[in-house]
Ligand binder design. Structure first.
Ligand code: PXG
Length: 292
């Protein structure tokens, strides 16, 4: 495997960062997790745009243009023949000293890893997930805004720990006002008849690229799509619930806090959206070609 590191493709063993990098010392940086399907980088431009928004929000000046970053992702995929894989794009604050001050950091480090995806077990999709609401509240929007995809994931990791300790795989996270925000690394949706509802980004979720794609596909295929402030009640009483994310794609949820959702099995609406998303990944317009 070769890794993109600050403008060069280098062997994995040479792809190293300093112990003084503020990405390591403080989680000071931003990232993206991207998929490639059928030789195309899925929704690459959307991921690049979100990366630069995240960077702007934390006053991190990425030392290259978005177009060059997109090209670097493509080149890294090409060099690793990453046609159906997972790409991790990381920009750290760079090497500084042991103080917090980001302005002492010399230059941001740009890392691109084009690897394989660790898929969730097939039974997650066949049977659906059981999840619980956790006590860890999603970050307050005026502390670390959840719209920022930062390298600091402790908020999400603490929630994940609570879920696993409770014997389930995933957590439902509430925001500081008690409304539903998202899962630890996925957005959350409810289906009621032809109505598809998800919390708005102002409820404290990451504006997921998969979330956007699912909303668009749903609207084009007979669903009424709404972004609304949502309570746990709205999810407990929904016909169907599912999570979306780059890694998970669409994963059905069949139980929340010991309340069975709908019939307790993945529903027809969720299955339809899974099929639509898979079809979409096959279309040339869903991504940027890796070869040629
Ligand atoms: N919410 C959060 C907090 C996330 O981190 C999503 C929603 C879904 O967004 P996308 O754009 O992927 O549809 C994410 C994405 C991984 C991994 O390795 C994925 C994410 C975070 C950390 C790891 O799959 N998140």
């Amino acid at each position: 495997m070769v890794i993109y590191l600050n403008g060069k493709l280098v062997p994995e063993k040479d792809a190293v960062v300093s112990v003084f990098d503020h990405g390591l010392l403080y989680g000071d940086g931003v990232f993206e997790g991207i998929r490639s399907y059928h030789g195309r980088v899925f929704l690459l431009n959307e991921h690049i745009e979100r990366l630069y928004r995240s960077a702007r929000a934390v006053a991190l000046d990425i030392p290259m243009r978005p177009e060059a970053m997109a090209q670097a992702v493509i080149e890294t995929c090409r060099a690793n023949d990453c046609r159906n894989g997972y790409i991790r794009l990381v920009v750290t604050r760079g090497v500084g000293n042991l103080g917090l001050n980001p302005y002492n950091c010399a230059k941001p480090q740009v890392i691109i890893i084009a690897s394989t995806i660790q898929l969730y077990p097939p039974e997650f999709y066949a049977q659906g997930l059981k999840i619980v609401t956790v006590a860890t509240v999603r970050n307050h929007p005026e502390s670390v805004n959840p719209n920022i995809k930062s390298l600091n994931y402790l908020n999400n990791i603490l929630a994940k720990i609570e879920a696993i300790n409770a014997g389930v795989q995933e957590a439902l996270m509430l925001n500081h006002t008690g409304y539903v925000a998202e899962a630890t690394g996925d957005n959350v949706f409810a289906i009621n008849g032809h109505l598809l509802t998800t919390p708005p980004s102002s409820s404290g979720c990451l504006p997921g690229i998969t979330r956007d794609a699912v909303m668009k596909l749903a609207a084009e295929n007979g669903f009424e799509v709404r972004e609304s402030v949502m309570t746990r009640y709205d999810f407990y009483t929904a016909d169907e619930v599912f999570l979306t994310g780059t890694a998970a794609e669409i994963v059905p949820v069949v139980e929340i806090d010991r309340r069975r959702i709908g019939a307790g099995v993945p529903g027809a609406g969720t299955k339809r959206l899974i099929a639509l998303l898979h079809e979409y990944t096959q279309l040339p317009e869903s991504g940027v070609a890796i070869a040629g």
